[in-house]
Design a protein around this ligand. Structure first.
Ligand SMILES: *Cc1c(COP(=O)(O)O)cnc(C)c1O
Length: 398
């Protein structure tokens, strides 16, 4: 089948909820993705951070294959072998006492919402059914009907209501706005420490520290959604480390699946995790042996292969090279680690299309932000290969 047929087939039978660039990827190899004709592309998208380890990482692949040959799915009706080891390692790297494993990011966010509300009623003593969660404007936490209900993005919400009560929005980066939004009914603040889908928006320095203080003063949980920012993407294990704070709970996903399958988790201390008792929450596939063995290896690889240090080091290089472009279309280059947004004063899609022709994969976010987020295993030479082409495209479209 040629690419035109493949694309036609997918378009005919799949819902139209994305608009993919016209390339059919059939094989991955580290930072490279290869199409049906054998053309190689540098992946500077990393599937929104889900491919932070690169494609078909040999160690993670090996862990997956070994587990598939044993057993993959048992459900949590029974114990299975790798789950405890995976969650022990997750607790070690996060510094929390445990976790509840899920599959998609949105499911882990839903888990956080349920945990926060139970904690609000049972520990904080909030009046029944009155608990509120304060979120940021321009947030992205996933696509379930509850989650899009507290989004500020019209395209995420149009004609999907009625939405769930109990959420309040404050302005991202504006501590006074959060102070105004929190009341005695607030059980949690749920926020991305750096907003990914909003355009890789880094809050003002000190904001997270002030938010931590505000949550302490008001007995409110601080829950960070690090599904995209976590696991090395920003050059540290977690984005909250840049401000030396600790959240009360953490939501992880994307890279936790090692580029192979969906693995997510709600990570917290015992006082929060123990709000769940048998029957109160679950997921048929959550924490399955295949996912757990992949998640365990994904965490070990980040640690043992120095991917986080690489993200910090090459991320600085990436940002300063892009900041040196001096192109009239560029309004701002921002980000941390190998996670950079180039905000343009025009639509970013033509840049993505031109980059595709040059052999570089990326996508725009929010119309006018070009996302540059390669796998964390990228080398300096590979990064330069990509930067040369990005520079060429900026010159072409000038
Ligand atoms: C991607 C993402 C999610 C949703 O994850 P899914 O696996 O797509 O459900 C939630 N929060 C953030 C910050 C994300 O980037």
């Amino acid at each position: 089948m040629n690419s035109v047929d493949t694309i036609e087939l997918e378009n005919r039978f799949c819902a139209n909820n994305y608009s993919p660039l016209p390339v059919v990827l059939v094989q991955g190899e580290g930072v490279w993705a290869i199409d049906e004709n054998g053309t190689r592309y540098l992946d500077m998208m990393s599937a929104y951070s889900a491919v932070s380890h690169g494609h078909v990482h040999p160690r993670i692949r090996q862990a997956a294959v070994a587990q598939i040959d044993k057993i993959s799915v048992v459900s949590r009706a029974f114990y299975s072998q790798p789950l405890g080891a995976f969650l022990e390692e997750l607790s070690r790297v996060t510094g929390f006492s445990g976790a509840l494993p899920m599959n998609s990011g949105a499911e882990a966010v839903e888990t956080a919402i349920k945990a926060a509300r139970r904690w609000g009623y049972r520990v904080k003593g909030i009046e029944a059914n009155r608990a509120e969660i304060v979120v940021a404007d321009n947030n992205f936490h996933g696509r379930t009907s509850t989650i899009v209900g507290f989004s500020s993005e019209p395209s995420y919400k149009a004609d999907f209501g009625p939405f769930c009560d109990g959420f309040k929005q404050a302005r991202f980066g504006d501590i006074a706005s959060f102070r105004d939004a929190i009341t005695e009914r607030t059980c949690a603040v749920l926020i991305e420490p750096i907003q990914g889908e909003a355009g890789i928006r880094v809050p003002p320095a000190g904001f997270l520290r002030e938010l931590r203080k505000l949550c302490d003063e008001t007995n409110t949980l601080l829950i960070l959604d690090e599904i995209q920012s976590g696991l090395g993407r920003t050059g540290k294990w977690f984005a909250f480390e840049h401000e030396e704070i600790r959240p009360d709970a953490l939501i992880l996903g994307k890279a936790l699946g090692g580029g192979i399958m969906p693995v997510s988790a709600f990570v917290a201390g015992r006082e929060i995790l123990d709000q769940f008792d048998p029957g109160s929450h679950g997921s048929t596939f959550g924490g399955n042996p295949l996912a757990a063995s992949i998640g365990l290896e994904a965490l070990k690889v980040l640690d043992e292969e120095g991917l986080i240090e690489n993200s910090a080091r090459l991320g600085e290089h990436l940002k300063s090279r892009l900041q040196g472009f001096n192109d009239p279309a560029i309004q701002e280059v921002r980000g941390r680690g190998l996670w950079v947004g180039i905000e343009l004063n025009r639509p970013a899609k033509p840049y993505c299309e031109a980059l595709l022709r040059e052999g570089v994969l990326t996508r725009e976010t929010h119309e006018n932000v070009l996302r540059v987020a390669p796998p964390l295993c990228i080398t300096l030479d590979e990064l330069e290969w990509g930067l040369t082409r990005i520079e060429r495209v900026f010159n072409q479209l000038r």
